[in-house]
Design a protein around this ligand. Structure first.
Ligand SMILES: Cc1ncc(COP(=O)(O)O)c(C=O)c1O
Length: 429
């Protein structure tokens, strides 16, 4: 009866879905008594692994008080404390608006930006610009600002055609000189921005790493330059930190690599450490002030999601934020990230099947060399073999990547390396 997300159901004739009966830390346990590593943190959200006991207790305690109450016109201590924490992620006066999932947060940010332009009287500025290979969600508008044909193609008629910035200075990580200086690439990028600026309301980016596009890392200097350019031209900068937020790239937010403050920041996934659907948009005080007026004067932001600020999700999120501090997750990431990257390099060296090894924080990736991509769906075949061997590796096309829980142990990473190596060798070698 189930229609699985992001799947061709016919594939299950050959390869049935795994029946999960339990999940703990970095591991999934199946009904047929197998244990699999979850090296992609269940679509990038289980930042503290599965079943963290403190979050379980916080959610249970909240359930004893109440599980959900409409957020319009109400407040509670959990959401108030969480909001204070999120507002403090960025300097200056900030406000926090809650949504249901990641795509919704991006829609909220896009709607706020366009609405703010109307309030400012800049009614010609209705268009968005985004980066090539970017991904921002699955709703019609978030697909419109995404650049991934396979997800977007059938729905092109639903959404406007927005310009994509091309020639992004991609690099291998923070130690690549390009990460700190992309001056040589900037003139052609700036020329594209200048061509569009009269009608632009906002530029949206996944800061530093583009996830669904293939774990592509780009220069933090580009972010700095985009921040300066957007500010000079009165255009909003939206940072989609849905995958990167909360230490995934080594810093609390990925924009911290560039030391910039966007106008709007979208958060989800690591916000609740993957415990519940929740997203938040952190916006600047200037933007908030535009919406503060007498009712009915065109300045009311009337977006609503039933589960905005859901109390169980908020309890999970608040506890997750405390755990990031108490368990010194930033320090753990700093210690583990070089190992993650080294192990991916070892897979590439030992198998001779991978190229373009890259990594930042707790993300490591490499591409299958073109000469080994002889049949369609090569990455999918690697996935099937890896699952049989004990890791839910889900390559993005022909990109092999790891994005494990931030607190994964070195032993589990070694095990993951062995499984990835075998899956590649046995599929392609
Ligand atoms: C950068 C980015 N933006 C938006 C989304 C969409 O989030 P959701 O799947 O919760 O709608 C994702 C999901 O992977 C993402 O990686």
């Amino acid at each position: 009866m189930l229609f699985h997300p992001c799947s061709q159901m016919k594939d299950h004739e050959q390869f049935p879905p795994l029946e999960i009966v339990r999940a703990e830390g970095p591991y999934l346990y199946t009904a047929d008594r197998r244990r699999l590593i979850d090296p992609i943190s269940s679509w990038w959200c289980k930042s503290l692994g599965h079943g963290h006991p403190r979050i379980r207790a916080a959610v249970a305690a909240q359930a004893e008080r109440f599980e959900h109450v409409i957020l319009a016109g109400t407040v509670n201590r959990t959401i108030a404390e969480l909001t204070e924490h999120l507002a403090a992620l960025l300097p200056g006066k900030r406000r926090v608006f809650y949504g249901g999932d990641g795509s919704t947060a991006v829609e909220i940010a896009l709607k706020m930006a366009v609405h703010a332009m109307i309030i400012r009287g800049e009614t010609k500025r209705t268009r968005f610009m985004a980066l090539e290979n970017g991904y921002h969600g699955e709703t019609a508008l978030t697909l419109a600002v995404s650049d991934l044909g396979i997800y977007k193609e059938p729905y092109r008629a639903l959404a406007p055609d927005y310009p994509m910035l091309t020639g992004i200075p991609y690099c291998s990580g923070v130690d690549d000189p390009l990460f700190a200086d992309c001056g040589a690439a900037w003139p052609t990028l700036e020329a594209q921005l200048e061509r569009e600026k009269e009608t632009l309301c906002a530029l949206i980016v996944e800061p530093v790493v583009q996830g669904a596009g293939g774990m592509l890392i780009y220069s933090a200097d580009l972010l700095r330059r985009l921040r300066v350019w957007t500010a000079q031209n009165g255009i909003y900068l939206i940072a989609d930190e849905i995958m990167t937020g909360f230490y995934r790239t080594g810093t609390q937010l990925a924009v911290d690599h560039a030391g910039i403050t966007p106008d709007l920041v979208c958060l989800s996934k690591g916000l609740t450490a993957g415990w519940a659907a929740m997203s938040a948009v952190v916006l600047s005080g200037e933007l908030y002030d535009l919406f503060y007026a007498d009712y009915g004067t065109g300045r009311d932001f009337l977006h609503s999601n039933t589960y905005a600020g859901n109390a169980l999700a908020a309890a999970a999120a608040l506890e997750a934020q405390k755990i990031y501090d108490d368990e010194k997750i930033a320090g753990r990431v700093a210690a583990t990230a070089p190992v993650l990257r080294r192990l991916m390099q070892e897979v590439a060296t030992e198998t001779k099947l991978l190229t373009n090894v890259r990594g930042i924080g707790m993300i490591a990736a490499a591409d299958i060399k073109p000469e080994f991509i002889k049949a369609p769906r090569t990455g999918y075949r690697v996935y099937r073999r890896a699952v049989e061997l004990g890791a839910l590796l889900r390559p993005l096309g022909n990109t092999i990547y790891w994005l494990p829980p931030l607190n994964i142990s070195l032993e589990t990473l070694e095990e993951l390396k062995e499984i990835t190596t075998r899956a590649l060798n046995e599929t392609l070698g």
